[in-house]
Design a protein around this ligand. Sequence first.
Ligand SMILES: Cc1ncc(COP(=O)(O)O)c(C=O)c1O
Length: 344
Amino acid sequence: MINPTINYPDRLPLAQLPTPLQLLERLSTQFSGPRIWVKRDDLTDCALSGNKIRKLEFTLARALSQGCDTLITCGGVQSNHCRATAILGARLGLKVHLILRDEELQGKGLNGDRQLTAPDGNLFLDYLAGAEISIYPKTEFQTRQGELFEYWSQYYATQGRKPYLIPTGASDGTGVWAYVRCIEELVGDFQRADIQPSHIIHATGSGGTQAGLSLGCALHQLDAQVLGIAVCDNTVYFQRKVMADIVDWQSRYKVSSLPESLSVQVNDDFIGPGYSRAGPEVFATIKHVAALEGLLLDPVYTGKAFHGMLSLIEKGYFADTSDIVFVHTGGLFGLFAQREQLSF
Ligand SMILES: Cc1ncc(COP(=O)(O)O)c(C=O)c1O
């Protein structure tokens, strides 16, 4: 069994923490189910809003401890993780290179041509923060990802720089610490609010947030079920990916065994048309929640997951519980890139 004294590795205090826990009173009443609380990780900072900054606090501490001066990472053109990396790189004086995937580019730019993609939403902020950007069509990005990392890594090494490679979403054994730590925050939030929520619900995209939350509950002995709502791949994929991140954490930080209470639960019923595409019901939820509670969600992650949570409430999934918590992981800038989906 793991030592209950948690030995966190070095962390750069980059995010505005702790984030608030807020009750959505009107929405809870309207759905006549459990009280819905929101952990406002969309408030970790202004343009650095969201879950990625929590992970990058640990990831960038590691990069600096290895003497790295250049960050190379990847994601979709509207990646929140890439935007957070671009801005934090600028804040810390590090060079940042983003390898981006454009789902719409099929067959057009085959060599990282960035001119073909509109600089909107997160991509706009990536440029503003001065990141180097190369954009690839989905198939090329998927089949050549390792090669592309290698290529850009060599490119900077020959310029005398020391690159640090960050995987998609900073989801690896180091990124896991971010939400282990967030659970510690939540334990305090729950005590102050005098609640014992049965479920902690969130959007799952590259698995790292879920790995940290699930492991965090087990390590901090918090009796709540983490429920990841998948925004792209299916349950089997995410269960494997989350466990792979946890095993990576175990090996990087020399943890002899995992807690017995560790449980990874993923719901893949709300993926809809696919990654970064949402159906009209998700946009309807985004509008409804914004107008009723002043809470802004995005169509790629939080809107999809929040819609999934509300659907589960309607189906009676949380019938026996009094309180549930949604972790708002940010992503607002992705909404701007899909503005044409919202009519007023
Ligand atoms: C806004 C937002 N929410 C949730 C997620 C999912 O987090 P994770 O990649 O750790 O699964 C991401 C990134 O993928 C994100 O950008």
